[in-house]
Design a protein around this ligand. Structure first.
Ligand SMILES: Cc1cc2nc3c(=O)[nH]c(=O)nc-3n(C[C@H](O)[C@H](O)[C@H](O)COP(=O)(O)OP(=O)(O)OC[C@H]3O[C@@H](n4cnc5c(N)ncnc54)[C@H](O)[C@@H]3O)c2cc1C
Length: 632
């Protein structure tokens, strides 16, 4: 079904349109890599390409070419706007500034920005991606932080990335490989017991029964409940949410389509609303009695959130994290071979084959706007690039307050943006290890099943609550929650032979500290986390070869994530679906004509999913086909 939306709805609509964007007149041969379903689109693209070529427009990569192209443009019968535009280009070229013209410019090469770029390029658009870092990927990236180690600097596990995108863009042919983890989680307890959970129902029953037979019997029904909810909620990920502020016919139709599956749930509808609004603890306490199981499941409800399991709305975060799949298995999280950058590197390779131009170390400083319409972007180095469509992969705060002047936006919109919560309390430590942790609860230095999945250091729900209490008062947790993964056990390519790589996702490390700064606390807090892990695996501290600590402040500095929020904005009910980023603009449009959001700041939010990027591309192509903005 999702493949269909890309094949049937996106591309052909554009091709039948006569969208008068600026563009290149380069004729493109269909790349050999195109899947058969794109062939019609490619054929149409050539026709469209021919049409645009008649205007004689050229790509203007440099000064000389800019002048000659501007002169050539003058020979063709052009819209008066274009005269103005190319005169400006010629003037800028003469003044030594580099100028370029594109159909669309993407600000940021996070995975969502790359997905948008690919789908637009697949529709025949000339696309430029500008990334401020030296590498593409945003928070979904692999870097050689320690020599010989492939470190997933930020995001570390995958299950949410949409399979239709993998198929549409043939990412496996560009090297993307997802490796399953079985078991998927291991929770050691201070009393020496442990709980392993995974995709095998029999093994789960046996593991949970060690703590409670009643819970072991209830667990399959709990999973079935989540599955039922997924059938209703998951399709919402790939739709453009309706405008609830000034709904049009299309919005009403979307609302109807959204409500219909809920109706089909019948009496289970109340369960669905509970998932959307309730505290995770309320749901877990009702289903289960064993703290061992509840604490293991509850970590999914608070990940990336400045919230504890008893905060309303956390049940949705819990659900958000069980929605994906690995190799067709729902709720199973996997490692990406070679690190999470495998996703973004394969996307970038696919994009390049589609003739997307990707430039790194190209920070956008301003979005250029005239009369409420985007014109292009100005880079931090003074260069300007032009396009009638700009899609921002940066978060809403960066896009609307740093790259635009608030005077360019309606005041009520700016106010709504200023209300977006970026509260966060996540910290990441990447560690190079000379040996595996030897857990008291599961002794052994050789790779075992318990090393494969996510290792939870959070023995009960009250522990999580207490850890959160510290954060509420501006202090990092005295005894934090640790979520550790050792991808090198499943994927030996990420560490030198005999060595291992560990990722530790830590909560709570509030962005706003009381009476201290993260530059002061970075190392001492990391020491606290290491000492805690050492209580469970006493060889841990002495096995550390090197570490990288990314506090919320570092996440903000490195990835331009406001407040260090890993999801580009909190995933609370008031900031989801039709309210993401703000009510009235959840369909990827913004108050500036031609400017779109295409990243996690928009629906469906954070996580390496690609849905925001694909949805944004669909909206951009739809708008183009309706000629919603002027050709300039
Ligand atoms: C520490 C951490 C751990 C996480 N763990 C997981 C996980 O295990 N699994 C999971 O699914 N999700 C995880 N997430 C969430 C997930 O990584 C993000 O939600 C997702 O990567 C967002 O992707 P995006 O493309 O929308 O934006 P981003 O990845 O934020 O990319 C935005 C890009 O825009 C660039 N940019 C910003 N401003 C400018 C500018 N002015 N000019 C040019 N470029 C600009 C940035 O440099 C960045 O490359 C994690 C996130 C973090 C931070």
């Amino acid at each position: 079904m999702h493949v269909a939306y890309a094949r049937v709805r996106m591309a052909p609509r554009y091709y039948t349109s006569a969208y008068g964007s600026s563009g290149t007149c380069t004729k493109r041969k269909p790349p050999a890599a195109f899947p058969p379903h794109a062939e019609n689109a490619q054929r149409a693209n050539l026709i469209e390409g021919k049409k645009r070529c008649q205007s004689g427009r050229k790509v203007l990569p440099g000064r000389g070419k800019a002048i000659s192209a501007a002169l050539m443009e003058g020979l063709a019968p052009l819209h008066v706007h274009n005269w103005v535009r190319y005169t400006a280009i010629a003037i800028q070229a003469l003044s030594g500034m580099k100028t370029t013209n594109y159909d669309a410019i993407i600000i940021g090469a996070g995975h969502n920005g790359l997905v948008t770029a690919c789908y637009l390029a697949r529709a025949g658009w000339k696309v430029l991606v500008l990334e401020r870092r030296y590498i593409v990927g945003g928070a979904c990236v692999t870097e050689e932080t320690f020599p010989g180690f492939k470190v997933s600097t930020a995001a570390y596990v995958n299950s949410l990335f949409r399979k239709e995108i993998i198929q549409d863009l043939r990412l496996e042919s560009y090297g993307l490989k997802i490796l399953e983890r079985n078991p998927s989680s291991f929770t050691p307890f201070p009393d020496g017991r442990h709980l392993l959970l995974g995709p095998d129902p029999t093994a789960n029953h046996q593991q949970i029964a060690k703590f409670s037979l009643r819970d072991a019997n209830a667990y399959p029904a709990y999973e079935a409940m989540l599955e039922r909810m997924a059938t209703v909620l998951e399709p919402l990920l790939t739709i453009s949410p309706p405008n609830l502020v000034t709904p049009g016919l299309r919005d009403l139709w979307t609302l109807y389509r959204t409500g219909k599956p809920f109706q089909a749930l019948g009496p289970a509808m109340s369960e669905a609303f509970e998932i959307l609004t309730a505290p995770a603890r309320q749901i877990l306490d009702r289903w289960f009695e064993s703290e061992a199981l509840k604490a293991t499941l509850a970590t999914d409800a608070v990940i990336g959130a400045m919230a504890s399991p008893s905060t309303p709305g956390t049940a949705y975060v819990l659900f958000h994290h069980v929605m994906g799949e690995t190799n067709g298995k729902r709720g199973v999280w996997g490692y990406v071979q070679g690190g999470m950058g495998g996703i973004t590197q394969s996307l970038a390779a696919a994009a390049r084959d589609l003739r997307v131009e990707i430039r790194c170390e190209a920070e956008v400083a301003r979005i250029l706007v005239r009369d409420g319409t985007v014109q292009g972007v100005a880079l931090a180095n003074g260069e300007e690039c032009y396009a009638p469509v700009i899609a921002s992969n940066a978060d809403a705060q960066v896009t609307f307050t740093r790259l635009l002047d608030s005077k360019q936006l309606p005041p009520e919109f700016s106010e709504a943006v200023s209300r977006i919560s970026y509260e966060s309390a996540s910290l990441k430590i990447n560690v190079a290890l000379k040996e595996l942790p030897n857990f008291l609860a599961c002794p052994g230095l050789e790779p075992g099943p318990h090393h494969r999945g996510t290792i939870h250091i959070s023995p009960d729900q009250d522990y999580i609550e207490r850890a959160f209490d510290d954060a509420k008062y501006g202090q990092p947790s005295q005894r934090p929650i640790l979520e550790c993964t050792i991808p090198s056990v499943v994927d030996p390519t990420v560490a030198p032979a005999g060595k291992h790589l560990m990722s530790i996702f830590v909560q709570y490390a509030p962005y706003r500290l009381r009476g201290a700064t993260w530059d002061d606390l970075r190392e001492s807090f990391a020491d606290r986390c290491f000492a805690l892990l050492n209580e469970y695996a006493p060889n841990f501290q002495r096995s550390v070869l090197a570490r990288q600590v990314l506090t919320p402040l570092d996440l903000e500095r490195t990835f331009n994530l406001t407040g260090g929020n890993i999801f580009q904005g909190a995933m609370t009910l008031n900031q989801l679906f039709a309210c993401r980023p703000v009510p009235g603009f959840a369909d990827y449009h913004t108050p500036i004509r031609g400017l779109y959001l295409c990243g996690a700041a928009a629906h469906p939010g954070g996580g390496v999913m690609g849905a925001a990027g694909a949805n944004a591309a669909r909206e951009i192509l739809r708008a183009a086909s309706f000629r919603r903005f002027s050709p300039l």
